[in-house]
Design a protein around this ligand. Sequence first.
Ligand code: ITT
Length: 197
Amino acid sequence: MLDKLVIATSNQHKLKEIENIFKGTVIKEILPIPSDIGEIIENGTTFIENSLIKAKAVYNYTKLPSLADDSGICVNALNGEPGIYSARYGGENLGYKEKMQLILDKLKNKDDRSAYFITSAVCVLDDNYYIALEGRVNGKIIESPRGFDGFGYDPIFQPDRYNVTYAEMSLEEKNSMSHRALAMNKMKEILSSIYRN
Ligand code: ITT
């Protein structure tokens, strides 16, 4: 058993999705990020670098195994934008309705609306050991937002082989196939094999 795992995110939606995936596994207790940790500067140039920065910062502060998630949406016709800048796209203070509109405006007159969501997950276990992996789901940007569940860019993203957006799925449905679920389920398997006894 792993006694405690800190989820190194200040995004409550992500925390909820991750808790839902890890409940009832080899992890006894899931802890949120300490409220007094201060700002963690995500100045990496890739998703993996940023999740390592977050997981290491929380591990160094708590000295407990820490799991971070850096994720985003990448639109192929926009050269992968917003990508690692998904949370800051169009400016930190711009709401998600406006951020989504920005993408929709930039895609006007473009034939290729393909996009993907990616999660890079890093779990720092101790001073010498971390696990890093990714989950990715391909799909497309629809013409206008649909659905009210989820968060962020969920209302404009429709995964391949589905006719609903992420925001039209329940938490359980999104967690059965999302980029975050793919990454976190792999992480769950690895942690289970390490901490089985
Ligand atoms: P932490 O860094 O504290 O984990 P954050 O929200 O800043 O929280 P990221 O740096 O990974 O997280 O930024 C990811 C952004 O990408 C996030 O704010 C959303 O806008 C978007 N995003 C990530 N996963 C998403 C999902 O499942 N559905 C919709 N949007 C998502």
